[in-house]
Design a protein around this ligand. Structure first.
Ligand SMILES: NC(=O)c1ccc[n+]([C@@H]2O[C@H](COP(=O)([O-])OP(=O)(O)OC[C@H]3O[C@@H](n4cnc5c(N)ncnc54)[C@H](OP(=O)(O)O)[C@@H]3O)[C@@H](O)[C@H]2O)c1
Length: 299
């Protein structure tokens, strides 16, 4: 297949490229730094510097839309919120416009979203039928998904990727968490009761490949492991995996003071179940957090 991947240079995209290249697909990656694509994604991958290059005569069989400014890195000023929206919602609108203008249309669009779509409903387990939340991340996901779903009217099969917290040795959440834990400074966040719905990157990428090929798959998919944990359990399991102790707690008031509105990313959580993936028969390689962390953090 000829596949266009936006954000293909990122944490998820790089591993996805490796797997899709091994399957023999022809890949094009949209990147603001096209000169880095070969080194990050593989020398066989073609770089696209701007969606303007996706002209009417260009043909892709599938499009995977992963682009987005990192949500946790900077405080959410109005300017930053606009950058977070533009790199997701506006980029997806433009992508769908390009698909509309293309003479040969892709059969499928896999488009990123996140479990931030859902509200913090405490211990209530939420599958794909649960309603969206109302905070900034939730509204961002709602608009991002709506932009992608517009491709359905063009006859394109659309899958919405509501990914959980991705566990990988190459970056993401663990890149930020592991260094303090290794110093014995690992801490529960607030009361530690907020849920963390995680996913091993190998399972995430395998699920994307499954959705790419399964002609009956469409709509939202929670891409999380079937056993989400509380922040307290995540903290204990990560500390045990690293043979360290983590007895301290970071007070919620301190997190709110230092992170402002962004504190919701740490102090709130969602207990998410990957019901549609489970029903599809997908077999998880990493169902337990201890197994996943043991694998990712193995030397
Ligand atoms: N990792 C997670 O735990 C997680 C969880 C839930 C959802 N997600 C979502 O899944 C998607 C992929 O995640 P990831 O972890 O692979 O993200 P990532 O490592 O931050 O990579 C995202 C990619 O998006 C591109 N990008 C960033 N800002 C952009 C902008 N202003 N305009 C156009 N492209 C831009 C970048 O490519 P270039 O620099 O090459 O242009 C970057 O490589 C993201 O949209 C993310 O929000 C991730």
């Amino acid at each position: 297949m000829r596949i266009l991947i936006t954000g293909g240079t990122g944490l998820i995209g790089r591993q996805l490229c490796r797997v899709l290249l091994a399957e023999g697909h022809q890949l094009t990656v949209l990147s603001r730094r096209p000169a880095t694509v070969a080194a990050k994604c593989g020398t066989a991958v073609q770089a696209m510097a701007s969606l303007a290059e996706y002209s009417a005569g260009v043909c892709f069989d599938a499009v995977i839309n992963l682009a987005g400014e990192p949500i946790a890195d900077q405080s959410w000023s109005e300017k930053r919120k606009k950058a977070l929206r533009d790199s997701r919602v506006e980029l997806t609108h433009e992508l769908v416009d390009r698909i509309a203008a293309a003479q040969c249309k892709p059969a499928v669009l896999l488009s990123a979203s996140a479990i931030g779509f859902y509200a913090d409903r405490g211990d209530l387990a939420q599958d794909e039928s649960a309603l969206a939340g109302h905070d900034f991340p939730a509204k961002l996901c709602v608009d991002w998904e709506a932009a992608a779903l517009a491709a359905e009217k063009l006859g394109v099969r659309v899958c919405l990727l509501r990914s959980g917290l991705v566990l990988s040795r190459d970056g993401g959440l663990l890149e930020r968490m592991v260094p303090p834990f290794k110093l014995g400074m690992g801490a529960r966040i607030g009361n530690g009761r907020q849920w963390m719905s995680w996913i091993h990157i190998d399972d995430l990428v395998a699920m994307l490949v499954k959705l790419l090929h399964d002609e009956n798959a469409s709509g939202p998919y929670n891409l999380t492991a079937p056993n989400p944990v509380s922040n307290a359990e995540f903290t204990t399991t990560l500390a045990e995996t690293l043979h360290r102790s983590a007895r301290i707690a970071a007070p919620a008031s301190l997190i709110k003071f230092t992170m402002g509105e962004r504190a919701c990313l740490l102090l709130e959580g969602q207990r998410i179940l990957p019901s549609r993936m489970t029903e599809s028969g997908y077999q998880f390689a990493f169902e337990s957090l201890a197994l996943a962390l043991g694998n990712v953090l193995a030397k």
